[in-house]
Write a protein that binds this ligand. Structure first.
Ligand code: CAO
Length: 415
């Protein structure tokens, strides 16, 4: 079966996480992704957080599936010639070097545009134009600068970063969308363009509900769904809301049976207005259906702490899965707090290809997260990540280099 991005060639100059997330997704959608790495070194993540000595780390393998790897010293004039040949043949160059690194290599936008006006040049940077544009940035810096850390955590604790890699992987997703849109626009203009996804901006986009709340707070001085209401105080900026639901339906994380020993024996429970009578019945508080203090959503906002504490008395008598089963019979929105161990063993995720077991020549079998985007006409087959320089000869041969020319480049340590 064909793939959505069949025929699209990506010159992948990415490293670490943000850029590789983007190009892995494009590869899963069918693009031919050629990852350029430094000979003998490669993407720094190949050797980071290693669990097996001398073997590509899971950090690397899980972000670089379905790609080809070539080694190339792009600062060597002969390496630059190879790079130019690649630029001429590819549709998109994706990079997430530190600001200015591409220019320092001599790969300026003007140079690229001159040799391939159809090329799309897509970049992740920490910040967009402005005071911080020259800064190097990693995940947690972006979470802090994009509004996530100041709004995550508990009111009486410090700002907190989240485990979801919204700065790196989140920005990679944004960039992939920009690339696909630029490819589409090229169909009518015939021209490439620059695509930039700054990590601060991508995190802020994912935190837009908190900018919504900032403006609500400035207008009304309060927000009734926040745990600070009605007893605590609001300041000038959106406070941290703990585990309160971000939307108009109050929710909380509640203990389940076994919480004393299992750190993940919890459930997320949402008291959706439409099923409030069912919630009352399930927890044995039928009187709350008519009771003025609890009968309406507005009234309940004044008593969320006692309400969730009473619901928790009930959830603590059930495992999270037992509670799920009962609550789902009444359409009460809830979700178990799943550990990574439970997710890795979840048969449903295996069936859909979201959790995949991959065979690697030096690592053996490992688990990875497959393509979360499911397309009926463009199925994803997850292929292992490439070894360093595994496809150098193959790609250079496709570019027209003879085997003796390739051998000479290797002898001069260009590849
Ligand atoms: N041949 C020759 N030189 C190469 C090369 C190749 N194939 N590939 C990379 N290099 C060079 C670069 O040109 C650069 O050289 P200069 O410093 O002389 O310009 C050098 O290697 C290092 O590149 P870098 O500065 O991008 O790498 P770093 O490890 O110092 O910084 C990071 C890493 C992520 C902080 C930085 O790249 C960055 O801020 N990127 C943008 C934001 C981003 O994507 N952050 C998320 C990373 S995921 O957590």
């Amino acid at each position: 079966m064909s793939k959505a991005l069949d025929g699209v060639r990506i010159l992948d100059f990415t490293h670490v996480q943000s850029g590789p997330t983007c190009t892995q997704l494009l590869a899963w959608l069918g693009a031919d992704v050629i990852k350029v790495e430094r000979a003998g070194v490669g993407d720094a993540t190949r050797g980071q957080l290693c669990d097996i000595p001398g073997v590509d780390s899971l950090y690397f393998t899980m972000l670089n599936h379905n790609k080809r790897s070539i080694t190339l010293d792009t600062k060597n004039p002969k390496g630059k010639q190879v790079l130019d040949a690649l630029i001429k043949q590819c549709d998109v160059l994706v990079e997430n070097f530190a600001p200015g690194a591409l220019d320092r290599m001599g790969i300026t936008w003007q140079h690229i545009e001159q040799i391939n006006p159809r090329m799309i040049v897509a970049s992740v940077k920490g910040f967009g134009p402005g005071p911080y544009e020259h800064c190097k940035v990693y995940e947690n810096v972006a979470q802090c600068a994009g509004g996530s850390a100041s709004t995550t955590g508990f009111d009486d604790g410090p700002p907190m970063v989240t485990g979801a890699q919204i700065g790196d992987s989140g920005t990679g997703l944004h960039l992939a969308l920009g690339i696909v849109a630029a490819l589409y626009q090229r169909n009518s203009t015939g021209r490439g363009q620059k695509v930039l996804a700054p990590m601060q901006d991508a995190v802020l986009n994912l935190c837009r509900v908190k900018l919504r709340d900032q403006q609500r707070l400035e207008r009304t001085g309060t927000m009734h769904e926040y745990p600070q209401y009605p007893d605590g105080k609001f300041g000038a900026a959106v406070p941290r809301a703990g585990n309160a639901s971000g939307g108009g339906q109050p929710g909380s994380i509640l203990k389940c049976k076994g919480w004393e020993t299992d750190p993940n024996a919890y459930i997320y429970f949402i008291t959706q207005a439409a099923v409030w009578p069912a919630v009352c019945k399930v927890i044995g508080e039928k009187g709350w259906i008519e009771d003025e203090a609890f009968a309406t959503p507005a009234a309940r906002l004044l008593h969320l702490k006692p309400i969730f504490s009473r619901i928790e008395q009930w959830t603590m008598t059930k495992t999270k899965f037992e509670a799920m089963e009962i609550l789902n019979q009444y359409d009460i929105p809830c979700g178990p707090i799943l550990s990574m161990k439970e997710i890795a063993e979840e048969p449903g995720l295996r069936q859909t290809g979201t959790i995949v077991e991959v065979e690697h020549p030096t690592r053996g079998k490992y688990l990875t997260v497959g393509n979360p985007i499911k397309m009926s006409d463009s199925p994803t087959e997850v292929m292992r990540s490439p070894l360093l320089g595994e496809h150098t000869d193959e790609v250079l041969t496709q570019l027209g280099y003879s085997s003796s020319e390739i051998a000479a480049l290797r002898a001069e340590r260009v590849i």
